[in-house]
Design a protein around this ligand. Structure first.
Ligand code: ADP
Ligand code: MG
Length: 320
């Protein structure tokens, strides 16, 4: 483990009875990075995070967070990490201020430290002026920011966020990500789980998880340019449904799908597949179709990575 590594995970596994929820996951997160765990529901993201926090005991494998074993050294680690769980654990009947004070006390902040820190986090998440409002009366996007404020009240070095923006509108999501980047610029290491592709794109490094396994990892750019994934042949024509039917029958293609009136063909061998695609389009009477070769989206990368596993849930949840 390198000294600039905040999180190090080797061959991590979690079984619930005979069910394997996390199956041999290894990963490494450098200090100060925004790292994403991307995967569909049930992939094992929350279970992994809970093991990184020391809330669940691994069945096998090793974990180090800031050099500590989260399960056996949870007491020492608690002060150093923040956690925003999938269901924000706020107290609905308490005000914004009371929630922050409560979490501050849980993390051992003194009254003096709290007096200084509470206005800072309120400002950071844009909740100044709302101190006296009950958490239950806040709009969803504001609740989410309060939950973030609570998770960082003690200035954690590592922040775990489990689907922090699920159900939040795109504008609020953007603002939330700007906040995460502010925190990471200040040196915090951030691990965030998501099934939103636009969020995955914003991570510096990603692990794509499916059925408890890492099926691919790297930066979004690296993942989109991995030779084993291939490229996308886009087909523009006036009858995209017909083009779809004509191309779906072609053997050897990774994936053929319609996206907003454009047929996207995922191919591992574009040079060989491009003429075949054009021939198939001509044979179907679609001679005016235009084609272009572009890079795959992260969603297509995910599809390609899970293709070899027929039982995998291939359809990511709708982004909105
Ligand atoms: N305490 C548990 N007992 C049994 N099965 C569990 C438990 N926690 C999670 N699972 C199962 O493990 C799998 C992974 O769950 P989870 O880590 O919550 O996935 P994700 O967060 O990616 O949606 C799911 O199939 C889930 O039903
Ligand atoms: Mg989860």
């Amino acid at each position: 483990m390198k000294s600039d590594t905040a999180i190090w995970v080797q061959n991590l596994r979690k079984e619930f009875g005979s069910f394997v929820a996390v199956d041999d996951i290894s990963l490494e997160v450098p200090t100060g990075w925004v790292f994403g765990l991307l995967g569909p529901n049930g992939a094992g993201k929350t279970t992994t995070i809970r093991m990184l926090l020391g809330l669940l005991r691994p069945s096998a494998g090793q974990v180090r967070v800031l050099g500590l074993d989260p399960y056996t050294q949870r007491g020492r680690l608690r002060q150093l990490v923040g956690y925003m769980s999938q269901r924000f654990s706020l107290y609905d009947g308490l005000t914004v201020l009371e929630n922050l004070r409560f979490y501050g006390q849980v993390y051992g902040l003194t009254s003096a430290a709290l007096r200084k820190r509470v206005p800072e986090v309120l400002w950071l998440v844009g909740l100044e002026g709302r101190e006296r409002e009950l958490a239950r009366n806040l709009a969803f996007g504001l609740k989410q920011r309060l939950a973030l404020a609570a998770a960082i009240i003690h200035r954690p070095q590592v922040l775990f966020l489990d689907e922090p923006t699920a159900g939040v509108d795109p504008i609020s999501r953007r603002a939330f990500w700007d906040l995460l980047y502010d925190l990471s610029t200040q040196g915090a290491t951030i691990v965030v789980t998501t099934h939103y592709m636009d969020e995955a794109e914003r991570c510096q490094s990603l692990a794509l998880i499916d059925q408890g396994r890492v099926v691919a990892s790297g930066s979004p750019h690296e993942l989109r340019h991995a030779p084993e994934i291939g490229e996308v042949i886009e087909v523009y024509c006036e009858q995209p449904e017909e083009a779809l039917v004509a191309l779906q029958g072609l053997p050897g293609l990774q994936d053929v799908a319609l996206h907003g009136g454009v047929v996207r063909v995922l191919s591992r061998a574009v040079e060989a597949d491009l003429p075949r695609v054009q021939e198939a389009l001509s044979a179907a009477g679609l001679r005016t179709a235009e084609v272009a070769v572009v890079e795959p989206t992260l969603e297509e990368v995910f599809v390609a990575c899970t293709r070899a596993r027929p039982a995998a849930i291939r359809v990511m949840e709708a982004a909105e």
